[in-house]
Design a protein around this ligand. Structure first.
Ligand SMILES: [Zn+2]
Length: 295
């Protein structure tokens, strides 16, 4: 049995190729438990989780990395965010079920992918907008990584109900290459392409690398954890409602039975009926009175 929810970096020394293996298990099940996604959307969302985890790790930043896809098709929004602690959150919003899971069927023509990075390492947030190229999100992400980093990249992903996994290979820049092996990149790419969905989902990183690259020299680095976690909470949502004011809450409650808030990053639902709202503002008034007494 392999360890769950891990991200592994490795180096194929004999090929001058860097790589990563990402296997999301509980993290992925938590992500898709929020909403009942049709299978075609589930595939794309799982790939987006894996791609964003890979990207965040490649950037080696202290901050957060957000992948967003918007288009005119059945799925009009997909967003996944990963921070440097390995905490991921994300969701997809759709109007109808796509007929297939290729990116054109899911997002429509002319969809765009936005990669945004906010980090204390950068003076300004970075944002790149690229067209969705290829058939799958793995293709699109592969193109993006090849172009943005000017390095040959191969990305293979696999998604089922239990696990979203990915294998990434990237040719080392010539300044870091240690072998004179001209054939290293194409050999590594060829060997990686033999991986099956089952191997990618079920084998641990060590076993997977041994099976794929058994004649190569491979160095596997320590794994890091990935978890599904959103910063939203009932307390934070309550504070936001208090900020909006009691009059506005009363207006909403006059029209319907509850004030409902849905988190835009993880789809968590928070609902407040008239009693909850009254308690919320009574608590806020008490807090305010207590802090007045102190000063
Ligand atoms: Zn949330």
């Amino acid at each position: 049995m392999r360890e769950l929810d891990k991200q592994n970096r490795f180096l194929i020394e004999s090929c001058d190729v860097n790589g990563q293996i990402v296997q999301l298990d509980q993290c992925w099940r938590d992500a898709r438990a929020r909403t009942e996604y049709p299978t075609s959307i589930q595939t794309v969302l799982g790939e987006a989780f894996v791609a964003t985890v890979l990207l965040a790790s490649m950037l080696k930043m202290d901050g957060k990395c957000t992948l967003q896809v918007r288009g005119p098709g059945p799925v009009h929004l997909l967003v996944v965010q990963v921070n440097s602690a390995g905490e991921c959150r994300g969701l997809a919003r759709w109007k109808e079920e796509p007929v297939a899971s290729d990116v054109k069927s899911v997002f429509g023509d002319d969809a765009t992918m936005t990669i945004a990075v906010e980090s204390s390492d950068y003076a300004e947030p970075y944002q790149g907008i690229v067209p969705l190229e290829g058939d799958t999100l793995a293709d699109a992400m592969g193109y993006y990584l090849s172009n943005s980093q000017q390095l040959h990249t191969k990305l293979i992903m696999s998604v089922n109900a239990n696990t979203a996994s990915g294998l990434l290979l990237q040719k080392l820049p010539s300044s870091q290459a240690r072998t004179e092996d001209e054939d290293g990149w194409s050999r590594a790419k060829q060997l990686a392409s033999t991986v099956t969905d089952q191997e990618l989902a079920e084998l641990n990183a060590e076993e997977l690398l041994r099976r794929l690259f058994f004649e190569e020299e491979v160095r596997l680095y320590d794994a890091t954890d990935v978890v599904f976690k959103c910063s939203c909470s009932r307390e934070r949502t309550g504070n936001m409602l208090i900020g909006l004011g009691e009059a506005e809450m009363d207006e909403i409650l006059a029209e319907r039975d509850e004030v409902a808030i849905t988190c835009e990053f993880c789809d968590a639902h928070y609902s407040y009926d008239a009693v909850d709202i009254a308690a919320l503002f009574a608590g806020a008034a008490e807090d305010a009175a207590a802090s007045n007494q102190i000063h």
